[in-house]
Design a binder for this molecule. Structure first.
Ligand code: G3H
Length: 496
């Protein structure tokens, strides 16, 4: 059970502690932040409301720990990461329980998130051992000149203190996708988990603690965004921010200053369906891509663009599948579970009502109880509707019927987002041409958008992000290149 057994030391009474200098501590603020269970809408857990002074101390210890860690051999870093991965997987049940209670993730998906996170950590350890030892050797003529007098050796050195801010929908997996590359590359980590998902993240951090990482190398600070949010992201001790989330990322990037940023801020991933597509495959991908975890994935299918001639057939097949989705509590492993907060549910409802008022066709009855919204496929959506452009992050999926492929591409490219997209067709040449024309970080051919496999590059264009993620790219992102140039004395120097 969460907060018991090996996890007993991370909680005091009914309030979870924060992690600093290798210890679990209460905040001197004496305050805490409640975490509301999206299903019961009651307080499920409480976490510490840390103060700015505590953030300052964390930054200091993080900097000190990083200097020593940078000198730790790669094999040793990897060994500890493998150990953390094994401990995490061993304790998948209590961590998954937190995900069910905090973010209403369906029970089986919650376990999958933890297991995937362990695998991600292990892969990162192995990838880091292989790639971080590789530098470059360059030669040049003298500059200016024409004799070979310059030799350059490059290596990869850590950035320093990495601030990791994952989102509510993958509080464990999108935390370790930042933590593991940072650590293998010789950096220290300050983790600020999302409020919903913080307790799962604290359990995950404890697995790193049990693995035996040095004190101060990993810290986890919880609290109110209004108190420590800007303070953390603008802190002079931070050398890089890796953020996944919503609009807050824009304000972080405006305030962060001259440090590397890795950002993923959501998307409006469109699915373009051509006449020759396998319609059963299309329907299966639209439903899985649009409705898994109730549409609360940045890579969820968020818009379907179908050629008019096949639209009726696709809508019929999708509706048949939507009718089979189970709706209810995450403990019962339902397909559709309550969305994360009441304000999210209200936002989704606002998009639905706007579409209704402007004439969209509801393929199912709109139904909501608390944070639980029944799956809804909206046909005949038009560009003047908000849902044609905005990201619901809920189980609500709009369809626009298109007359040409160009119309579909034009709509996608007019969006502020550019995370992923997908195209369904048997004509591979056409699919590649569409991929080339779409202004998105990734285009999937004949499959719904997805971040994984976790070593694939993952990046957003336009307002969807900065930088590229995925295991290899994240490791590269969390180092800087250092050059040492050997200069021979002079072109006239002789060996004799
Ligand atoms: O929510 C954002 C995630 O990066 C999506 O990951 O495609 O594995 O669900 P996923």
């Amino acid at each position: 059970m969460a907060g018991t057994g090996v996890f007993a030391e991370i909680v005091d009474g009914d309030v979870y502690l924060y992690y600093t200098e290798g210890e679990w501590k209460p905040s001197s603020s004496g305050k805490n932040v409640p975490i509301i269970n999206p299903t019961t809408m009651k307080t499920q857990y409480k976490v510490q409301a840390c103060s700015q002074e505590e953030v300052n101390k964390i930054m200091e210890s993080s900097k000190t720990a990083q200097k020593l860690w940078a000198k730790t051999p790669l094999w040793k870093r990897a060994e500890l990461l493998h150990k953390a991965a094994a401990i995490l997987k061993e304790h998948k049940a209590p961590i998954a329980e937190c995900l069910v209670k905090e973010i209403a993730k369906p029970a089986k998906d919650a376990v999958t998130e933890v297991v995937r996170s362990g695998d991600l950590i292990s892969y990162t350890a192995e990838e880091g051992v292989r790639t971080l030892g590789q530098g470059k050797f360059l030669v040049s003529d003298s500059f200016p000149g024409n004799e070979r007098t310059k030799y350059c050796l490059t290596s990869k050195v850590p950035l320093g203190v990495i601030l990791a801010i994952p989102p509510f929908n993958y509080p464990v997996n999108l935390a370790v996708s930042k933590i593991a590359p940072a650590l293998i590359a010789g950096n220290s980590i300050v983790l600020k988990p999302p409020t919903q998902g913080a307790v799962a993240a604290l359990h995950m951090v404890h697995c790193f603690h049990l693995a035996g990482f040095p004190k101060g190398l990993i810290s986890c600070v919880t609290g109110k965004g209004s108190v420590i949010g800007d303070f953390l992201t603008m802190h002079p001790g931070v050398n890089c921010i890796s953020f996944t989330g919503g609009d807050t990322g824009v304000s972080i990037s405006n305030k962060a200053g001259m440090i590397p940023l890795q950002m993923e801020l959501g998307g409006k991933d469109a699915c373009i369906v051509l006449e020759d597509a396998d319609l059963d495959l299309v329907a299966a991908n639209i439903v899985k891509g649009g409705f898994s975890y109730s549409g609360q994935r940045c890579t969820a299918v968020k818009l379907v663009l179908i050629m008019e001639s096949i639209a009726d057939a696709v809508v019929k097949k999708v509706n048949a599948k939507v009718a089979k989705l189970t709706v209810g509590p995450p403990e019962d492993d339902c397909d559709i579970t309550p969305v994360v907060t009441e304000s999210s549910a209200n936002f989704i409802e606002g998009l639905v009502m706007d579409a209704k008022q402007k004439g969209a066709t509801f393929c199912q009855e709109y139904k909501r109880e608390g944070n639980l919204i029944w799956p809804l496929f909206l046909d005949n959506v038009r560009p003047e509707m908000r849902i044609a452009w905005e990201e619901p992050f809920g189980p609500v999926l709009p369809v626009i019927r298109i007359k040409s492929v160009e119309e579909g591409i034009h709509h996608c490219n007019a969006s502020n987002f550019g995370l992923q997209g997908c195209v369904f067709t048997k004509d591979i040449a056409k699919a590649i041409m569409i991929s080339d024309a779409m202004e998105s970080g990734t285009i999937q051919i004949n499959s719904a958008p997805a971040r994984g496999p976790d070593h694939f590059p993952f990046q957003g264009f336009k307002d969807s992000g900065i930088g590229s993620q995925g295991i290899t790219n994240s490791i590269e992102m969390m180092v800087k290149v250092k050059s040492t140039v050997i200069n021979l004395p002079s072109p006239s120097y002789t060996m004799g």
